[in-house]
Design a protein around this ligand. Structure first.
Ligand code: PLP
Length: 377
């Protein structure tokens, strides 16, 4: 099998699974217990918090462990909103956010009579920050813009954008979904005006069910996950010590080896793009997109048909967001691409563990399958 759907989820290596096993059997005591074994679990969590914070270049106390990207998004957006509820009258976001962001904002908008303001991505796939800023005013409670788009890899400079948003309204809460960006493109949040940032472990080799939320300042945040007060009151519930410790180790290793990995992944992505465009594909990912994602279209072919045929050949890719099975791509639709291009889209996503030789093989087979079904050649 050649797995090229790493934006949906990544494989947990045996070494990482062994870490989980070791931590789970050794550090099983509740980190809130005051006896020594409990304190050891607590120290392990504190150490993991340091490792995640270092990768974002922020203070440890700004990192809160959650069950993954979706929970971080819900807690981040809701808590930032409730701290601004008295005066907030509109939300500004993009038309290509993940459904966790979109549905959470829509829920709050419906419940509290807030206006939703959307900016579409440009046909190139990027967000025009001037267009977004033109929607921000004195009543904008939240701005939510994803760091890296999960379908095309389009990058938004959220550090710069957050500063510009605050220049228009310093009280606006700025949230960025960092699930596809963290450890894959530069993520130094120190000095930025980003108030909340979501991280999901299973997108970079940690197990599913663990993630983190960055919050800049709890003074501008109202906790919404109520219970035992764990994670400084931001996320209630007994902490998942083995997964948290494993997440910390994976983050540290990836952070320290990022330059080499980025170079290898970029080379693989470029090679696949070269073979596929040579076979008639149109690239939907913008210039300068994350090297971890490549979105292409074979006009005339249907994504689902190609995916099934590729599956039979042992090549796993997707047509877009993993949460929108069977539906046309939300991002490509928002970019205003024509229907045939949207229907013939494939998302190919890379991570460590992929090799150049399997990418060469996959690209050749994708080209053959696509041409068979699109009638391009
Ligand atoms: N945000 C983005 C951009 C994603 O790609 C995903 C996963 O598909 C999520 C959020 C949700 O993350 P999780 O699966 O950890 O809940």
């Amino acid at each position: 099998m050649i797995y090229l759907d790493n934006a949906a989820t990544t494989k947990v290596s045996k070494a990482t699974a062994q870490l989980v096993y070791d931590y789970a059997t050794e550090y099983f005591a509740n980190p809130s217990s005051i006896y020594e074994a409990g304190m050891k679990s607590e120290e392990l969590i504190a150490d993991a918090r340091k490792k995640v914070a270092a990768a974002l270049n922020v203070a440890d106390k700004c990192i809160y462990f959650t069950s993954g990207g979706t929970e971080s998004i819900i807690l981040g957006l809701q808590g930032l909103f409730f701290a601004r509820r008295e005066w907030c009258k509109n939300f500004v976001t993009t038309a290509y956010e993940h459904s966790a962001v979109h549905k959470t904002l829509q829920f709050l908008a419906d419940e509290f009579n807030i206006e939703m303001r959307y900016v579409n991505p440009e046909p190139s796939g990027t967000i025009d920050s001037e267009k977004l800023l033109s929607l921000v005013d004195g009543n904008t409670g939240l701005v939510a813009v994803m760091h890296v788009n999960n379908e095309t890899g389009a990058i938004c400079d959220v550090g710069d954008l957050s500063t510009k948003v605050k220049a228009k309204n310093r009280k606006t809460g700025f949230f960025s979904d960092g699930v596809q960006g963290f450890l894959k493109v530069g993520t130094q949040l120190s000095g930025s005006c980003v108030d909340g940032y979501s991280i999901s472990g299973h997108k970079f080799g940690a197990p599913k069910g663990i993630g983190a939320l960055y919050l800049k300042d709890l003074n501008n945040y109202k906790p919404v996950s109520l219970g035992g007060g764990q994670e400084s009151g931001v996320r209630a519930g007994t902490q998942n010590t083995p997964y948290i410790a494993t997440l910390g180790d994976v983050v540290q290793r990836l952070f320290e080896s990022s330059a080499q990995r980025h170079a290898e992944i970029s080379a693989m992505r470029d090679r696949v793009a070269e073979v596929l465009t040579g076979a008639g594909a149109v690239v939907n990912s913008p210039e300068g997109a994350s090297p971890y994602l490549l979105n292409v279209s074979f006009v005339g072919a249907k994504s689902a048909v190609m995916q099934r045929a590729l599956d039979r050949e042992g090549i796993l890719v997707s047509s877009g967001s993993s949460c929108s099975k069977g539906q046309n791509s939300k991002t490509l639709t928002a970019m205003g691409l024509d229907t045939k291009r949207i229907e013939g889209a494939l998302r190919i996503s890379f991570f460590e563990g992929n090799t150049m030789s399997e990418c060469e093989t996959a690209a050749r087979i994708i080209a053959e399958v696509a041409n068979k079904y699109s009638g391009l050649r």
